[in-house]
Design a protein around this ligand. Structure first.
Ligand SMILES: *Cc1c(COP(=O)(O)O)cnc(C)c1O
Length: 336
């Protein structure tokens, strides 16, 4: 695999930190927990979509696009970061928001919704959960075309093979840092949503023969469905990166028992994880993705999945702007 062959924009100036979390590790009494600070990636408030957008925006520019169209949930970090990348490149951006939880779209809401408006989304169209989003984005693209624009559609989460290359690059960056620090990584944990992050990491760690296993904590889909989707995406991503071998199905591992009642709906474990990271390490997670992924990390440690001497890496994929849209859920109870 040689990512340097693929056109890429640059939105982050240096590798993101790989940090040890001593107080959290001690508190959990299990393995040594490290964090990959992809919450500190570039563009407005960072997060995992920035790595994907480096490749996606390069492709949009190569195609002469002037209007980016993408989709996400009503508090989508992906929509915020795609909009920020479009602004930076001097392009317009139109958003299709899917109201996955009925009644959850509030035009005046804080969090990412506030940032959609601040960053100057050219259009925000809200549709009910279950809408055919690709078709709805195609309609928006046709509309933009009829206005004389050159539209470019980025799928939800930026999770096609091109976007997921960003997480091959993350796996390569982690391996380089692990070598620099003489720190072997025994296991990687990440949130698994639209899947580009998890699939890219698997493609990257497998493609570099590192043997590092990745467990994705689903924030929405059921285990088998998510694993099937990830397997297809991991292979498409590997192929695009020039890998010679397929990723075996057995490399894809999803846990779906931390989703709770559904996407973006709070769980006590999510709230506890957010409070624990904030109060022991000063790290802000988010209620929709990293809070549930960290609940998964804590759950796996409590199940005894890891040895005490293991080094477990939690990939922090960002999302803290969504905290401001869920103040009651985030502060509920007192967990740490
Ligand atoms: C989108 C997102 C994820 C999930 O990443 P996918 O590549 O969509 O699976 C995780 N964390 C945050 C904060 C996100 O915004």
């Amino acid at each position: 695999m040689q990512l340097a062959r693929i056109p890429r924009r640059r939105y982050t100036s240096a590798p993101t930190p790989l940090e040890f979390l001593p107080r959290l590790s001690e508190h959990l009494g299990g393995p040594r927990v490290y964090v990959k600070r992809d919450d500190l990636l570039g563009l407005a408030s960072g997060g995992n979509k920035t790595r994907k957008l480096e490749f996606l925006m390069a492709d949009a520019l190569a195609q002469g696009a002037d209007t980016i169209i993408t989709t996400g949930a009503v508090q989508s970090n992906h929509a915020r970061l795609t909009l920020a990348a479009a602004v930076k490149e001097g392009l317009k951006c139109r958003l299709l928001l899917e109201e996955r939880v009925p009644g959850s779209y509030k035009p005046e809401a804080s969090g990412n919704n506030l940032l959609f408006r601040l960053l100057g989304a050219e259009q925000i169209r809200v549709v009910p959960g279950g809408t055919d989003l690709m078709q709805a984005m195609q309609e928006m693209a046709d509309q933009a075309g009829s206005e004389g624009r050159v539209p470019y559609i980025i799928p939800g989460g930026g999770s096609n093979a091109l976007g997921a290359l960003g997480y091959i690059s993350c796996a390569e960056e982690v391996l380089e840092q692990s070598f620099e620090k003489s720190l072997p990584i025994d296991h990687v944990i990440c949130a698994s949503g639209s899947g580009g992050t998890h699939a890219g990491l698997v493609a990257g760690f497998y493609g570099s023969h590192s043997g590092v296993p990745v467990t994705g904590i689903s924030v929405r889909a059921e285990k088998v469905d998510q694993e099937e989707k990830l397997h297809v995406l991991a292979n498409a991503t590997s192929k695009l990166a020039g890998a010679e071998h397929e990723v075996p199905r057995g490399m894809i591992t999803v846990r779906d028992d931390f989703v709770g009642p559904g996407y973006s709906l709070p769980t006590a474990e999510m709230t506890a994880a957010i409070q624990t990271f904030a109060r022991l390490e000063g790290i802000l997670l988010d209620p929709v993705y990293t809070g549930k992924a960290a609940a998964g990390l804590i759950g796996l440690i409590q199940e005894g999945v890891f040895e005490p001497q293991d080094n477990v890496l939690f990939v922090h994929t960002g999302g803290s702007p969504a905290l401001y849209a869920y103040p009651d859920e985030v502060l509920a109870g007192d967990h740490a």
